[in-house]
Unconditional design. Structure first.
Length: 385
């Protein structure tokens, strides 16, 4: 259990805090706002490169990947300091936290140089092509085909819910390369530049607003992709997919803790004395304490599913209660329900209706609540499959 920083972590936190005090962009620089999870305004690109060059982007990575070899407790302190100031880590979160991380783990040295580092430096942005119309939570059912002929794949198929695809420069797409293999085999991971002929991206609105354009349908028609863009071994993309989701889940619980902390502050006016508000306070404390267990040497990766389940559903429940407590005043949209900070994502302080509507994404992305319950049942409780 983690109750306070040890001296080494406290020094690390103080150094990062001083860096933020000295180098954080001024509000006047940040007038251009992000339009999707792969649209990074110029000022935010400059800021991400500043973080990279100083070793504060992903401090757990070595310097060549924007880090400084930080320990896990130090990485947690880094993210906590960003959250305390309501600073959004990156306006291309999947590019930074999933795709570049996956390339560092599974990619060749050339792929790291050509794709991972430019993504980390915000010179290009990336989106993740996983879900399909008939393969959402059941990713292994994907049907997008890639046929290898010599040194070139030809890709045909469709992805959906591909966040930020219309603004991304490259997709990390999971495709079926051996249709005769068992369901979880015969899948490969390909880097597909979005400017490639035959790639069509169609953004569509969300429940939050018709002009909230982040989700995409992506169509591949005879798209030719060089074999050198294959990430990991041929037909072993399931291992890459699990690694990608693992990167997404590792400290995902902390982002839910941040949302709960925001709700504690922003809903205090209607929550005081209410049972649901007391539950919110307890859920936040429980999530943090359970998360701190992951800092120890005996951490169990399966427990990340428990954290993801608790965090995402606690955010959803508290968001609903806050919306209901505000009544009709919670419905006008757009609106602002928390303090504005130019380094934050405005979706986190939007109307109470939007905050509740967006909470559903947390129970779906990175593996649905149903999948997390299965993992907890089988790998933690030891129940039969």
């Amino acid at each position: 259990m983690r109750l306070a920083d040890d001296p080494e972590v406290a020094e690390f936190r103080a150094e990062f805090s001083a860096f933020l005090d000295a180098d954080l962009p001024a509000e006047g620089e940040a007038r251009d706002r992000s339009r999707s999870s792969a649209h990074v305004p110029d000022w935010a690109r400059r800021w991400q490169r500043t973080l990279f060059d100083a070793g504060w982007l992903l401090p757990g990575q070595p310097p060549e990947f924007g880090g400084r070899g930080a320990t896990l407790p130090q990485q947690l302190a880094h993210l906590e300091e960003l959250a305390r100031r309501r600073i959004y880590h990156s306006f291309n979160p999947q590019g930074l936290g999933i795709i570049a991380a996956s390339l560092i783990t599974f990619g060749t040295e050339e792929q790291k140089r050509r794709w991972a580092v430019p993504i980390l430096r915000a010179e290009i942005t990336a989106a993740l092509g996983m879900s399909e119309p008939e393969a959402g939570s059941d990713l292994a059912s994907l049907r997008t085909r890639a046929v290898l002929d010599g040194d070139t794949f030809t890709v045909n198929g469709q992805k959906i819910w591909t966040s930020g695809a219309h603004d991304a420069d490259v997709l990390l797409a999971f495709v079926r390369t051996d249709p005769e293999a068992p369901k979880h085999k015969g899948i490969s991971a390909l880097l597909i530049p979005t400017a490639t002929e035959g790639v069509v991206r169609r953004p569509f609105g969300s429940v939050a607003a018709a002009d909230d354009l982040d989700f995409n349908e992506v169509f591949f028609t005879d798209v030719r992709v060089a074999r050198e863009n294959l990430v990991g071994p041929l037909n072993e993309g399931w291992r890459v997919a699990n690694g990608s989701l693992g990167h997404e889940r590792t400290l995902l619980w902390l982002s839910f803790a941040e949302r709960l902390e925001d709700l504690v502050q922003d809903a205090a006016d209607v929550g005081a004395g209410q049972e649901w508000y007391a539950t919110l306070l307890m859920d936040l404390q429980a999530l943090r304490l359970l998360g701190y267990r992951q800092l120890g040497p005996d951490r169990d990766p399966a427990e990340l599913s428990m954290l993801k389940l608790l965090g995402s559903e606690a955010v959803q429940s508290a968001s609903l209660h806050a919306l209901e407590a505000h009544g009709a005043d919670g419905l006008p949209h757009p609106a602002r329900t928390g303090p504005y900070h130019h380094m934050n994502n405005e979706a986190f302080i939007s109307s109470w209706f939007e905050r509740y509507a967006r909470s559903f994404a947390g129970t779906i992305a990175g593996g649905t609540s149903e999948i997390q319950r299965n993992i907890v049942a089988e790998r933690i409780l030891g129940l039969p499959r």
